[in-house]
Design a protein around this ligand. Structure first.
Ligand code: FAD
Length: 289
């Protein structure tokens, strides 16, 4: 399977689809249906999240392995520092490598529910840059993605400090940065200018979450600290009892967002698909890729 640096050598935009491990057998079936549909668009890789609090430790690896075997598409396994000592982190990385996974999205993770601030596990790591170093030390062959925040990570006191912290992950050996979801491209372009000016060289890939349900997406954007443009919110509020109309507005917005990003030379787009195919399928069909 192909590691991230090689994927980004492609002359075509690197399209990736992020999914999460389902919690029920029906969820498993729906995910297969989703991937059966989206594979037609030949994503460069599928990434699979790591559950909050480390709750999908083996599920993430198993799912990545199954996807690689079933579809012959490379995967990226997300991995966080939550709840694991350094030794446990290394064991997990070795298990991922043995399962044929070549790419890791190296993250710190969030504090478990009910706890206000992130605390490292005993003998564990405090920040994602340390996880990047650990991967480079033990599995130098692996491709590494990291998270970037066009609208600043919610815990960080300033955007400049947050960019410095992103640079730590890049200096530690990350291969590509994938952004938090955003709905207003000007936020991404402003961030990209600062990113370039600070000497960051690895591909910066925008993260797009298609709007399918207004109430849900609003909750997610507030949690992530992503601004929700007032004009878009008004349009969606006007059809809040009409699921189809919401999907239509969401797809249209994402197509316009993605097309502008591609026209402005982004190296790829990372879709937060939430295990659903309908919106992504429509967006990918409409884009000039
Ligand atoms: C593309 C993407 C995928 C994600 N996938 C998952 C997932 O699968 N599972 C999951 O649980 N969560 C996931 N998340 C969410 C992520 O875990 C949270 O946003 C988390 O709060 C921060 O993770 P990080 O890797 O950005 O942490 P860090 O890069 O460690 O940053 C965390 C905070 O600490 C600051 N900081 C960083 N390094 C230092 C340092 N050395 N010294 C001082 N301050 C520092 C940063 O500015 C930031 O405020 C994802 C996020 C993105 C954007």
């Amino acid at each position: 399977m192909i590691p991230l640096p090689q994927l980004f050598q492609s002359s075509k935009p690197v399209i990736s689809i992020e999914i999460f491990p389902p919690k029920t057998p029906r969820g498993d079936e729906l995910l297969i249906e989703t991937l059966d549909t989206l594979r037609e668009h030949q994503p460069a890789f599928i990434s699979c999240t790591y559950g909050a609090g480390g709750s999908t430790r083996t599920r993430t690896i198993d799912l990545c392995q199954q996807i690689q075997e079933r579809y012959d598409i490379p995967t990226t396994a997300h991995f966080t520092c939550v709840g694991s000592s350094k030794e446990e982190l290394v064991d997990w990385l070795t298990a991922a490598s043995k399962a044929g996974i070549q790419n890791i999205m190296a993250l710190r993770g969030d504090a478990p529910k009910g706890e206000e601030t992130f605390k490292p596990a005993e003998g564990g790591l405090t920040y994602a840059n340390e996880l990047v170093s650990l991967i480079r030390e033990h599995h130098p062959e692996m491709g590494i993605g990291v998270a970037a925040y066009p609208e600043k990570h919610p815990e960080c006191l300033s955007a400049d400090l947050d960019l410095e912290n992103l640079k730590r992950k890049i200096d530690a050996g990350a291969d590509a940065a994938f952004t938090q979801l955003f709905f207003d491209n000007s936020r991404f372009f402003g961030f990209r200018e600062r990113y370039d000016a600070s000497g960051c060289k690895i591909p910066l890939v925008p993260g797009i979450m298609p709007i399918t349900e207004f109430a849900r997406i609003r909750r997610i954007s507030a949690m992530c600290g992503s601004d929700f443009p007032a004009g878009l919110a008004h349009k969606l509020e006007a059809v809040q009892d009409d699921a189809e109309a919401q999907l239509e507005i969401g797809v249209q917005h994402a197509v316009e967002q993605c097309q502008e990003l591609l026209d402005q030379g982004v190296p790829g787009i990372h879709f937060y698909a939430l295990n659903k195919s309908q919106a992504c399928q429509r967006i990918l069909s409409e884009l000039k890729l």
